[in-house]
Design a protein around this ligand. Structure first.
Ligand SMILES: Cc1cc2nc3c(=O)[nH]c(=O)nc-3n(C[C@H](O)[C@H](O)[C@H](O)COP(=O)(O)O)c2cc1C
Length: 374
């Protein structure tokens, strides 16, 4: 069996606690001051209500966003879109993210979000997937400056809650339009922006263009800009904050890999010390809580199917060995899940916890290219 503490040294696990924090002001979106300046970036298929709820309980999360939801489907009341928009009082503050290219439909969808528990409406201008861009939505909006500003204005006018926009730097290196949009959006009343520091053409390849994010920060007068892309550790967060001057950070994959990142970042931001890494037992308890949250809000079958998608990631961190990992990626029922948890507990009991897992050592496979998935 794989040794749980392989390649983990206590020195390594402690390195981020000495990274100096980058003092910043609390982030305000419209009239709402966020409890932390770290938000969960939407990850379609993962950042659903069951996940958001368990993440929020860990603390440190300033804002979460739904997966992108088709404005048209929402207005027509499509079942899948209603599930994506599902929320509850504990799920606060929440931005509901919509996409589409018809201003009237987008405005109607924004009204729907406002009436169904959203605290913020977020417009998706970053999605690189063909299915979304061929209809003129997602990152395709970055190629139609006039129409796009008019569409966003319609949405802003339709609701009384704040409207934010999430975008990439532009379509490709020749068309870095995000600074232009940022300036225009602020003028028409957009309350905040999230910038993924890549172009649509890049997909997920290559590094994040920190300078590109900085140009967006410099383009606005006062609205908050959340820098986004590849932040998984406190040193990476410190670097993004320092080099771009952004008001806060949106973290996607790093949050799946390491749900404690928000709590630790927030502590680090406010006190300079992120506190300890979670233990294996805490990680296991979190995995259990995630599954129980799915079970509570979905059918047993749907909870199992959804859990299979994240099982490998949890196993990469908890390292229960191949056999249990196989069981979890094929999980069939709540009973099977409970039995796997029990087996992992036995492994943990016999495991002497020497140090802790260092986030940088765990890599999650990413979808590649602009049209693959995301
Ligand atoms: C599987 C997956 C699904 C995503 N879904 C969305 C989405 O629904 N809306 C959106 O604006 N961005 C979406 N993104 C982009 C992320 O929000 C984020 O911008 C990107 O992953 C870079 O940040 P990260 O390195 O912190 O993950 C998705 C990314 C991935 C990998």
């Amino acid at each position: 069996m794989e040794s749980p503490n392989q390649n983990v040294s206590p020195e390594k696990s402690g390195t981020d606690s000495v990274t100096p924090s980058v003092p910043g002001k609390p982030v305000r979106i419209g009239n709402r001051v966020l409890a932390s300046r770290f938000s969960l970036a939407p990850l379609a298929g993962y950042t659903n209500l069951p996940f958001r709820l368990v993440m929020r309980r860990l603390g440190g999360l300033g804002l979460a966003t739904t997966d992108l939801i088709s404005a048209r489907a929402l207005v027509l009341g499509g079942g899948k879109s209603l599930e994506l928009a599902e929320t509850c009082p504990e799920d606060e503050p929440l931005a509901m993210q919509i996409f589409g290219n018809d201003p009237l439909v987008m405005a109607q969808a924004a009204k729907w979000c406002q009436a169904h528990g959203a605290h913020i409406v977020d417009i998706n201008m970053g999605c690189p997937v063909n299915k979304v861009t061929k209809g003129g939505g997602g990152s395709a909006m970055m190629c139609q400056p006039i129409d796009t500003v008019a569409l966003v204005q319609k949405v802003v006018e339709a609701v009384s809650i704040p409207v934010t926009v999430k975008m990439r730097l532009g379509w490709d290196d020749e068309q870095i339009t995000a600074p232009h949009f940022a300036r225009e959006f602020e003028k028409i009343g957009v309350s905040g922006l999230t910038i993924h520091g890549r172009t649509r053409e890049q997909g997920f390849r290559g590094g994040v263009n920190v300078d590109g994010i900085k140009r967006v920060v410099e383009a606005v007068e006062s609205i908050p800009v959340f820098g986004n892309g590849d932040v998984k550790t406190i040193p990476e967060a410190a670097q993004m904050l320092k080099e771009t001057g952004c008001s806060g950070l949106a973290i996607g994959r790093g949050g799946l890999m390491h749900p404690w990142i928000f709590r630790r970042l927030d502590l680090w931001d406010k006190t300079g010390d992120p506190g300890p890494h979670p233990t294996y037992r805490e990680r296991l308890a979190f995995m259990d809580a995630h599954f129980q949250s799915m079970l509570k809000l979905r059918t047993e079958r749907s909870a199992c199917i959804n859990f299979r998608k994240v099982a490998t990631w949890y196993c990469k961190v908890i390292r229960p060995g191949k056999t249990i990992q196989q069981e979890l990626v094929m999980i069939q029922s709540a009973k099977h899940f409970a039995s796997s948890i029990q087996k992992i507990e036995e492994i943990l009991s016999s495991r002497e916890e020497k140090g802790d897992w260092h986030p940088a050592e765990v890599d999650i496979r990413l979808p590649e290219g602009p049209i693959a998935h995301w």
